[in-house]
Design a protein around this ligand. Sequence first.
Ligand code: GTP
Ligand code: ZN
Length: 188
Amino acid sequence: MIEVNRSQIEEAVRMILEAIGENPNREGLVDTPKRVAKMYEEVFSGLGKNPEEYFETIFGEEHEELVLVKDIPFFSMCEHHLVPFFGKAHVAYIPQNGKVAGLSKLARAVETVAAKPQLQERITSTIANVLMKKLEPQGVMVIIEAEHMCMTMRGIKKPGAKTVTSAVRGILATDGQARAEVLSLIKD
Ligand SMILES: Nc1nc2c(ncn2[C@@H]2O[C@H](COP(=O)(O)OP(=O)(O)OP(=O)(O)O)[C@@H](O)[C@H]2O)c(=O)[nH]1
Ligand SMILES: [Zn+2]
């Protein structure tokens, strides 16, 4: 894990407050730099963490059909504007050779990969690649749907617009019927 430099963040936040014409010493703002530093420590806690670590424990369970954890809520920070994007991740895989992970680990991987300055596409493909590497499954499919605050509250200002990304590997990339099954289960 990377140690966040809280005092440097505090100094930077004070400078931003001054730069926008605020008074960082007024009552309501005096503790804001501290709060923001603490918040950044939390929302960027995935920096320096390797999501592969969640897949060191594998159950020798001979289940060779679909496993899907859907509707995993996640929050991330867009690396272009440092404002949040958030939504749901759906993670599916078809194990083989008894390599089955603990279900919570799929959600932990999403949380860790999202907790740094990110792009939605990179979160999606990173999770798919980690699962392929660590579980060597027959196939993987990761779908993420998210709303980007940088498209909602500024710039193009399109609240409600959703971005959907997918990363599909192995049999789920080649077998249309298997892929359709996953998609219909996600929609239910
Ligand atoms: N591909 C991708 N783009 C993203 C993501 N998050 C934000 N963006 C986009 O990153 C782009 C940055 O574009 P720039 O033209 O450099 O910055 P900008 O002038 O602030 O862009 P506008 O948002 O169009 O005002 C924007 O189009 C954002 O919508 C993401 O997760 N993936
Ligand atoms: Zn953005």
